[in-house]
Design a protein around this ligand. Structure first.
Ligand code: TYD
Ligand code: MG
Length: 453
């Protein structure tokens, strides 16, 4: 390859520049953070520039409707289907089901007479056909080819002027032949995405870029990839079960933090309509340390089981372990409980787990977490058919939360009878006993927990 002297390498952490690529930045010590930058810019040449006609927002007409994929969970996460000409980044761990989801999506879209291209840089066309057979879409008219060369992909797209959707699986395998670095490097990922977004925006094509995430959960490649696209979706799940959650992290055309729930089956991904049902306990019996939290994920109410285990500790530093919730919030809840409920947790290990692999982001879960901890500490179950929600203040007061009506309705729909909630959110609900909790310590009386443990 021809050596280009105007190329420099820039560290994405500290912005130090180098004339050649090195693995570790000498300045900040970060590994693998150098990306290639071509600085051969000459002064601006206006010769080929044009004068753009001005148009007010009022004059602008929306001529194309959103494309509904007919996979409701996906459409909801996108804020009501795909906006024509938009770019979506679909991130997730390897093996989570991104390629399967993509193929199922395209199969639904071609049924509505849209023209789709699926480009795989990871699998051959035969391998895609085998997957298609498995999920029953191999007879669909999705155009499929295997390539990693972005130049050829762009030429092909330009040559077929009626393409509606271009799907790239995955952006880490793509390659621009005017860059020296290998596929998967920051500069390749960024430049390939840039070129693909440029052409698809220009032609009004929907672009779906599949991307792997790194071990720490970031989309591999520069964060700038997330800024370049209109929508960022993460496909997440636990190895221990087959449920997969599609979550919108960024959406220029809809709400963020919306989720869609799927189940990976032998015949591909199936939509899960009754989300609460899969996260609720199916053991029937009440168990010490379990609380049901009425949460909101995006715009959807969802009931989740929170489990706590408070056990005597043999460590000088008792363990605190959290799965599915904010690590830093647990010590705060423990301190509030110690201070306001008169219990001693300093010699106890505390484990907290949100069942089903969902990660709760709301502070409204505080009261449910506190309930689960108290239940495990006092070794008594929370009254049957109860849901709990509310945020805790540092003096143990229960603070108001949002979207309380949706939470109550979901609880009622799932057959719950008792509600423990913030006083300022209080409303009556038919066939439910709604209890105002002013202070977290009030739970001890309301749950009938005794103090002689
Ligand atoms: P895949 O879509 O290839 O994941 P990704 O593109 O995110 O790497 O999915 C791979 C996993 O899904 C693999 O472990 C097999 C499983 N799978 C099923 O369980 N059922 C199916 O119908 C398909 C197609 C895959
Ligand atoms: Mg794949």
């Amino acid at each position: 390859m021809k050596k280009n002297n105007s190329v420099k390498y820039v560290c994405s952490v500290c912005s130090s520049t180098y004339s050649k690529w090195i693995g570790k930045c000498d300045n900040c010590g970060s590994w693998n953070t150098l990306y290639e930058e071509n600085n051969s810019l000459s002064s601006l040449d206006e010769k080929n520039s044009i004068i753009i006609e001005l148009n007010s927002l009022k004059q602008t007409e929306v001529t194309r409707n959103r494309i509904l994929t007919d996979i409701k969970e996906f459409d909801q996460v996108c804020g009501g289907g795909l906006v024509p000409g938009s770019a979506i980044l679909l991130g997730g761990d390897p093996g989570i089901g991104k390629s399967t989801l993509l193929l199922q999506l395209l199969a639904k879209i071609v049924d509505q007479k849209y023209k789709c291209i699926y480009v795989s840089g990871e699998e051959s066309v035969q391998q895609i056909k085998i997957r298609g057979d498995r999920i029953g879409v191999s007879e669909k008219t999705i155009n499929v080819f295997s390539s990693i060369d972005v130049g050829s992909i762009i030429k092909t797209v330009k040559n077929n002027n009626d393409i509606d959707i271009l799907a790239i699986d995955s952006i880490q395998t793509m390659f621009l032949n005017n860059l020296e670095s290998a596929p998967g490097t920051i500069s390749q990922v960024r430049s390939c995405a840039q070129e693909l977004i440029k052409i698809t925006k220009h032609l009004g094509i929907n672009l779906i870029l599949v991307s792997h995430v790194t071990k720490d959960g970031q989309i591999a490649g520069p964060r700038v990839l997330e800024h370049m696209v209109d929508t960022v979706l993460y496909f997440e799940g636990e190895n221990s079960n087959d449920y997969r959650i599609l979550r919108s992290i960024k959406n220029r055309f809809g709400p963020t933090d919306e989720i869609g729930i799927f189940e990976m089956t032998a015949l591909g991904l199936q939509e899960v309509n009754n989300a609460s049902q899969i996260f609720l306990p199916n053991h029937g019996a009440q168990i010490n340390g379990n609380a049901i939290y009425a949460g909101i994920e995006g715009t959807r109410p969802i009931l989740l089981e929170i489990q706590a285990l408070v056990a005597s500790s043999s460590h000088s530093n008792p363990r605190r372990s959290v799965i599915g919730w904010d690590n830093n919030r647990l010590p705060m809840i423990l301190a509030i409980l110690e201070k306001t409920c008169g219990i001693n947790l300093s010699n106890k290990d505390v484990y907290l787990n949100v069942v089903g692999g969902l990660k709760i982001r709301e502070t409204a879960a505080d009261l449910a977490v506190a309930s689960a901890i108290l239940s495990s500490y006092f070794a008594k179950p929370i009254p049957d058919k109860s849901i709990v929600f509310g945020e805790l203040g540092l003096s143990g007061e229960v603070r108001p939360i949002k979207q309380m009506v949706k939470r109550l309705n979901e609880g009622k729909k799932q057959g719950f009878k008792n509600v423990y909630m913030p006083p300022s959110n209080y409303i009556q609900k038919n066939n439910m006993v709604v209890k105002k909790i002013n202070k977290v310590s009030q739970l001890i009386q309301d749950f009938n927990f005794s103090r002689n443990t």
